[in-house]
Design a protein. Structure first.
Length: 137
């Protein structure tokens, strides 16, 4: 299996490290890098050429994760970004997808769904978590 590189952008260290453990367990990534803010993300992407960025919405010292995603996907059009957030309102999903995110998963989603979302996005698909889809019914 082809190994990939991932960057996790999450301001809470415990949550970022939990995401890192989830990705390590999936064995999809040979490199996983943590950023606790988005200040140096463009330089990291240029240096590492990641296959995936997991992006929180609420970040310190900067624009929010959706605005950052918009800037990143303009500059790096092949970059796959999954928004990971506590926000489950459809307006966030719409803005995230318009910004170029390929996935939207709430932090309330089960681990199995998060793993599926990562696989699905890496395979070139868009993914919106079940919590969001079921709230529209």
């Amino acid at each position: 299996m082809n190994k990939n590189c991932a960057i996790i952008v999450e301001d809470f260290k415990l949550i970022a490290q939990a995401w890192q453990k989830i990705l390590e367990k999936s064995q999809l990534f040979s490199e996983i890098h943590l950023l606790y803010d988005a200040e140096s993300i463009e330089q990291k992407i240029e240096k590492l050429n990641p296959n995936l960025v997991l992006m929180d919405v609420n970040l310190p010292y900067s624009k929010n994760g959706i605005e950052i995603t918009k800037n990143l996907t303009k500059k790096f059009p092949n970059l796959k970004v999954i928004i990971l957030t506590m926000h489950n309102e459809s307006v966030y999903v719409q803005k995230a997808l318009e910004a170029g995110a390929k996935g939207f998963v709430t932090k309330n989603s089960p681990l199995s769904e998060i793993n599926f979302a990562i696989q699905d996005v890496l395979n070139g698909n868009e993914y919106i978590c079940q919590e969001i889809l079921l709230s529209k019914i």
